[in-house]
Ligand binder design. Structure first.
Ligand code: SF4
Ligand code: SF4
Length: 402
């Protein structure tokens, strides 16, 4: 290598260290957060020490430049495990200041807001914090309690003669009339958001349609939370540079707890409409078994995630998104805890209040799903689908990729 080339490389390193993106990039990024991801990716692409940690690094090696779509894609491939921060010799206080978890988290938060549907609702990502979530539950609880009191008098709120049947308070068709539109809106809003993300990211990730094997591998990665094992099986980081599998386990308990509760509700709908067997169900019916297991799993998982989140290393992720994370965790916990309390207190005078609390928490959870932390699961799944698709294609740069 000539002296002149070495001098040019030295200049490039200095430019990167001062926080600027090298101006040869043909694909400009737009925000400061996106530029920061592009900057750190250029340095990592030269270093590659962290190649085995997660999907971000193999995806990075397929690129020489990092435009907006690449940055959005990589940010959603990162799940903020912290491994590359603790391994990095250029992490703060080094002058290069490489902090990938933080840079990626800031762009992720931006993508949720940018791709939100309807677009005006994107601002809720900044506001959907713990206080708002709990205030929403309290408001809905009050509203439902007042509705019960208005219908049957205040004594209805503490009534031991309701006979274990909450349809005496809210008829089945009324509940369907409340939940069906909320649920359909949530599904549609999430679909529209992730569709816009997909349209932007697909051309930057080989532009090839997802094949069966790619979809199967992505599903496997999602269901196993593969990358939360740190790439070596010992787990990722939380409060320090120790490896831990706690994040993976509590995520699993939360995810599968949520899915079991969802399956219980779906099955109860089938029982009601197909077999003409209306709720409430008791043990050992399948909806009750699934619901009880799901509720307990969700409570343990969210309690663990709350604890880990509170203890998280201050350099991991974007501190401004903590209230959103905690708001989502609190809502999930409240849904599970109130659901189990409703079941245990079904034959007591507290049935009406417990039902109002549970319904309030469920409506609040669903209403905020497209504008809160839940979006990370949807966007991350889409990014993993693109990753498992593009990695099956030849590297566009032909060098150093997997
Ligand atoms: S995070 Fe640091 S150690 Fe890891 S690849 Fe990037 S520059 Fe290298
Ligand atoms: S924080 Fe973890 S998931 Fe994100 S890029 Fe670093 S190693 Fe990968």
């Amino acid at each position: 290598m000539s002296i002149q080339s070495l001098q040019e490389l030295g200049k490039e390193a200095q430019t990167l260290a001062t926080g600027k993106v090298i101006p040869i990039l043909p694909a400009p990024t737009e925000t400061a957060a996106e530029s920061e991801v592009a900057r750190v990716m250029q340095i990592c692409n030269a270093c590659r020490y962290c190649e085995g940690f997660c999907a971000v690094f193999p995806a990075m090696t397929r690129r020489l430049e990092f435009g907006k779509a690449d940055v959005h894609y990589l940010a959603n491939l990162c799940h903020n495990c912290g491994a590359c921060l603790h391994a990095c010799q250029y992490a703060p206080p080094h002058e290069f200041g490489i902090n990938i978890p933080k840079a990626m988290a800031e762009v992720r938060g931006q993508t949720y807001a940018d791709y939100a549907w309807p677009p005006a609702m994107g601002k809720l990502y900044q506001k959907n914090g713990l206080t708002l979530s709990l205030a929403l539950v309290a408001g809905l609880f009050l509203f439902l309690a007042l509705a019960v009191a208005a219908q049957g008098g205040p004594s209805q709120l503490w009534n031991g003669n309701l006979g274990n049947n909450f349809y005496n308070l809210f008829p089945h068709n009324l509940l369907v009339g409340i939940f069906a539109p909320v649920f359909l809106f949530v599904v549609f809003a999430l679909f529209m958001g992730v569709r816009r993300f997909w349209q932007d990211v697909k051309p930057a990730t080989s532009n090839v349609d997802v094949s069966g094997p790619a979809a199967a591998e992505a599903t496997h990665d999602v269901l196993r939370l593969k990358y939360l094992d740190g790439g070596h099986g010992d787990g990722c980081h939380n409060e320090d540079d120790e490896y831990t599998l706690k994040r993976r386990r509590f995520h699993h308990l939360t995810f599968y707890g949520f899915m079991l509760c969802f399956a219980a509700t779906g099955l109860a709908t089938v029982y009601h409409y197909v077999f003409d067997l209306p709720a409430p169900y008791e043990l050992p019916s399948l909806p009750k078994i699934l619901g009880a297991l799901g509720g307990v799993s969700l409570m343990i998982g969210t309690a663990g995630l709350w604890m880990l989140n509170r203890a998280r290393h201050p350099l991991h992720g974007d501190a401004r998104q903590k209230p959103m994370d905690l708001g989502f965790i609190a809502l999930l916990f409240l849904v599970a805890a109130s659901g189990l309390a409703l079941w245990l207190g079904r034959a007591t005078p507290a049935l009406a209040l417990l039902l109002c609390l549970h319904l309030g928490a469920v409506i609040a959870l669903f209403a905020t799903l497209p504008y809160g932390k839940f979006a990370h699961g949807v966007f991350r799944t889409a990014a993993l689908l693109r990753h498992n698709t593009e990695k099956r294609e030849p590297s566009p740069i032909g060098l150093g990729a997997d």
